[in-house]
Design a protein. Structure first.
Lengths: 497, 462
């Protein structure tokens, strides 16, 4: 944070001292540094080094919400922001409607929280980032099967300060990093691409260069195998559309969890507050405790505490402590993700800490916790053992295309790598695969979940929600799973070819 | 805060003093107001002002960049120049390196000396006044309204070490309105790319569509004749532009416009009807920046091209693929015309019958009227196959009239194939894409009749 503790206190005092008459008020001061490097054929194509610095104030006054923000981070402007936010609450409440209440949250006093990382990636010189990606791109590009390469690195260092009328003063710092390389192979019969499977993580630069026995990625191994895998994919037969048993790798399944469970269990959606944009949810509030979401082996948690999680935080954007909670237990819907307003509106005693704003210019809204599928324990099956239980099926790894409807029923996903399973063994790659299902059918057909050794924390930097649009980072941990009888499409046939 | 123009001059001078070969400074002065509503009540809202400063420095053909959103003063811009120059001196040569644009003799954009323009909460008065009554009418109809209204006003200042000084004012507004019956069976959307639309007209259209939904029709997946309204056409064309028009990517061999055996498909006939898809910063109603303003380079846009005049480009001309996107360095390398950027899209078809969506419904014996498309994602870049869903209203047409609402569908379709198969083209109108409207607000699109739209499966969403 570029401001000293005394300066932050002065901002907080100025803002909150002007909030007389407000039922709630929070000041957020944020400095977010984002760096992006993109290479094409090992040469730099895009470099960007962005810093966003500003502050925002949300108030609740006379049952209405108001928000105002500025880049002018001075105490007199902090006080002025409160007045602007109160005016916004007054103006917008003229349209009528219901009152907003916030679920109570105790004061957490002075909090300092830092995510788990060794090297803040924003401190690594841009030239070092370009050099590393260039060398890795060259390794791929030197293979005769590879026609072109792309590499991209996104690194974020997020420093925030929150002060509210409850007395919480939270200073937090977290970093995240996403690195991907993709190879393109072109032949007379068309082209194929293949991308690395490394997930985005709440880790530092060490994820790229540190020892792999400490949870960092084995880039050497992945880059070594990727060109041959791509060459195999280019030669692979096109899938025959039909119904298949699927063994889904965590590198693909995280996205299915994100879309069909993560968003569906956001209570603001379920009660209609995202109806104009992100949509609503089939998992409506009246089904809490009864909805058969999936098979009995399905246990899903929402979590803002897991180490290296992209949505992990000490105190959320409304001053609520990060928590872990059940969403689906034994296949039944048992919980939702909440912020303070939706918690109060729906009768919960407390928010479970899912408020986030992606910028000091934006109001915090309910955003996704790290929503993860539990594994089946240390004795649970390996991915190979899951595959062994399939007579005719497909093993899918890596994410690519994704889409789901506005109530989270109907989804369609593709992937990076598809292997035919015959009589319990992998029998070579295939291509042009997409799987399509209805959420509860898919999770209801999940026969087995892999053991602890198969569990990986995947995720994304770019989860979109809200108006104005906000982008949130979120992780999803999951094991490999076996799902019976899923509809598989041939994407070339879908396009009429 | 010191004026943006002074910041530009300071940055350019600081780069020169520090020994940079060249420098570009962009300052964006932005203000914003929004209000959101759902369940017949306002929910969140916001007003803010922001300044964003970008410094691009060049040293021996390499580039360094620094961008800050915040109160950047003279010391701050000096620091940004130093950081960008340090990165440039350590970076490998840029593949898009090209001599900077020289000052252009004619009038281009807004007077550089003018102060920025702003908006505030008062701009929402019209929408809020209308909503007050609309919420009551919705409750009386057992319906709920949700939506969003926003206005962004951005004033851009651009200066370079070659003496280019340019400015552009860009307001961007939109209102989305969704009506849902409280039983969850009916849902309708209308959207306008303006902060001052006729809320009365929008509300009336919501009630008309919810009345249509009083009769529900259950349909299976399959291919249907559809009338794709301007919003949906706009989203499909936006995806074509974002995902298909990259010249370098096509030459790599990775897009729908890559030619088998190498090269691109420029010159190939894409559609049997004489569709023209173009971008033009001077097009009435969708005016946008008439020069390149790039904070960072990409495969089609180069920081070296900052200040380059942007003129009309026909991406498709009378059914033939005419241009792909290239920055100057890429165009020089490939021997093609420069066509780096777009911030609006217009689709029309010479000699088309024209008419509104309602006119086309009246000319339909049996088919589906779609409202908008949602969650559109690329499935196969080779064909630009996209998947997505219908949303907030699919209506059954029989004998020239809407007779009820059908279920939603997942579709798998390519915008390139849609243009090839379209059989009727309505009158182009200003449109707001439901999916990509927040990224590409400036569209003029016609409704299209597609005889065999591929509805891959039924969606239970309602």
């Amino acid at each position: 944070m570029p401001l000293a503790a005394d300066d932050l206190t002065a901002l907080a005092d100025a803002a909150l001292g002007s909030a007389a008459g407000c039922q709630a008020a929070e000041l957020r001061v944020e400095r977010i540094r984002s760096q992006m490097v993109r290479l094409h054929d090992a040469h730099p194509e895009t470099t960007a080094d962005d810093t966003d610095f500003g502050m925002g104030v949300r108030v609740v006054v006379d049952g209405a919400v108001g928000f105002a923000a500025t880049v002018d981070v001075r105490p007199e402007e902090a006080a002025n922001l409160v007045r602007q936010a109160m005016e916004m609450a007054r103006v917008t409440s003229r349209a009528g409607g219901g009152r907003v209440e916030l679920a109570p949250e105790p004061s957490h006093g002075d909090v300092t929280w830092t995510s788990a990382f060794e090297i803040d990636p924003s401190t690594v010189p841009m030239a070092e980032k370009i050099a590393l990606l260039s060398e890795w791109s060259s390794r791929l590009g030197d293979h005769p099967a590879v026609s072109h390469t792309t590499a991209s690195l996104l690194a974020v260092s997020e420093q925030t300060y929150l002060a509210d009328l409850n007395g919480t003063r939270a200073t937090q710092h977290r970093v995240r990093l996403q690195n991907q390389l993709e190879a393109l192979a072109v032949s007379d019969s068309g082209f194929e691409t293949m991308r690395t499977l490394a997930p985005p993580v709440g880790r530092g630069w060490e994820f790229l260069t540190g020892p792999t026995d400490d949870g960092n990625w084995n880039w050497d191994a992945e880059l070594a195998q990727l060109p041959e895998l791509l060459a195999d994919k280019l030669r692979a037969p096109s899938v025959q559309a039909g119904t298949y048993d699927l063994v889904v790798d965590p590198s693909n399944l995280w996205l299915t969890i994100h879309e069909s469970i993560g968003h569906a269990t956001e209570l603001d959606r379920a009660v209609g507050y995202e109806a104009a944009y992100a949509g609503t949810s089939f998992a409506t509030f009246d089904k809490l405790g009864t909805l058969a979401y999936g098979s009995p082996v399905m246990h899903v948690t929402g979590d803002r505490t897991v180490e290296h999680g992209l949505a992990t935080i000490g105190i959320d954007g409304e001053g609520v402590e990060g928590q872990s909670f059940d969403l689906v237990r034994d296949g039944t819907l048992v919980g939702y993700q909440l912020d303070r307003s939706i918690a109060a509106a729906m009768g919960f005693e407390r928010s479970n800490g899912c408020a986030f704003a992606d910028s000091p210019m934006h109001v915090p809204i309910q955003r996704m916790a790290n929503v993860s599928l539990a594994h089946s324990g240390s004795d649970g099956p390996s991915t190979d053992e899951l595959i062994a239980g399939v007579e005719r099926g497909i093993y899918i790894a890596g994410d690519k295309s994704w889409s789901i409807d506005m109530q989270r029923y109907n989804f369609q996903f593709t992937g990076q790598r598809f292997y035919r399973i015959e009589d319990g063994k992998l029998a070579g790659q295939m291509k042009d695969v997409a799987y399509q299902a209805t959420t509860t059918d898919f999770w209801g057909a999940m026969e087995a979940v892999g053991g602890a050794s198969t569990w990986v924390l995947g995720g994304a930097f770019n989860c979109g929600k809200g108006q104005p649009g906000q982008v949130a980072p979120v992780s999803h941990g999951c094991p490999s799973v076996l799902v019976r009888g899923v509809r598989v499409l041939n994407t070339r046939e879908e396009s009429g070819r | 805060m010191i004026p943006a123009q002074e910041l530009v001059e300071r940055g350019v001078a600081a780069a020169d003093a520090a020994g940079a070969d060249a420098c570009i400074v962009l300052v964006e002065e932005g203000s914003h107001a929004d209000v959101r509503f759902a369940q017949n009540t306002t929910t969140t809202n916001g007003v803010h002002r922001a300044r964003s400063v970008s410094v691009v420095t060049m040293a021996a053909g390499s580039v360094g960049t620094s961008r800050q959103t915040g109160v950047v003063g003279t010391a701050g811009v000096d620091d940004m120049v130093a950081a960008a120059l340090a990165d440039a001196r350590e970076a490998p040569p840029a593949e898009d390196a090209f001599p900077l644009v020289e000052p252009w003799g004619g009038t281009l954009g807004r007077d550089f000396g003018l102060a920025p323009e702003e908006t505030d909460a008062a701009i929402l008065d019209g929408v809020l006044s209308s909503l007050s009554g609309a919420f009551g009418r919705a409750r009386a109809r057992d319906a709920v309204l949700a939506g969003f209204a926003e206005l962004d006003v951005m004033t851009l200042y651009l200066g370079s070490s070659t003496g280019v000084r340019l400015s552009h004012l860009q307001p961007t507004g939109a209102v989305n309105l969704v009506g849902r019956t409280t039983d969850g069976k009916g849902s309708a959307w209308v959207g306008e790319p303006s902060i001052t639309p006729s809320m009365e007209v929008m509300e009336r259209e919501i009630w008309r569509r919810l009345d249509w939904a009083k009769r529900q029709v259950s349909l299976e997946a399959g291919r249907y004749e559809v009338i794709l309204p301007p919003s949906g056409v706009g989203d499909m064309m936006a995806e074509l532009a974002f995902g298909g028009l990259g010249g370098r990517d096509a030459e790599d061999g990775r897009t729908v416009f890559s030619s088998e055996g190498g090269g691109t498909r420029v010159g190939d006939r894409i559609a049997s009807l004489p569709f023209t898809l173009f971008s033009d910063p001077c097009e009435a109603g969708v005016e946008c920046a008439p020069f390149v303003a790039a904070e960072a380079s990409s495969s089609e846009v180069s920081v070296f091209d900052n200040g380059l005049p942007v003129r009309r480009v026909d991406w498709l001309h009378e059914g033939v693929l005419a241009h792909l996107r290239y920055h100057r360095a890429g165009a020089a390398k490939s021997g093609v015309e420069v066509a780096p950027t777009f911030d609006n899209l217009v689709l029309h078809c010479a000699g088309a019958a024209g008419g509104s969506v309602d006119d086309m419904v009246a000319r339909t014996e049996r088919g589906l009227l779609l409202t908008c498309l949602w969650y559109i994602r690329e499935v196969d870049p080779a064909t630009l196959l996209l998947t997505g869903l219908t949303r907030d209203g699919v209506y059954m047409i029989e004998d020239g009239a809407v007779v009820g609402a059908a279920n939603n569908f997942r579709f798998n379709e390519s915008p390139v194939d849609l243009l090839a198969r379209a059989t009727e083209v309505g009158t182009p109108v200003r449109a707001l894409g439901r999916e990509f409207g927040e990224y590409l607000n400036r569209l003029i699109m016609p409704p299209l009749r597609i005889p065999d739209y591929n509805m891959s499966s039924v969606s239970q969403a309602s």
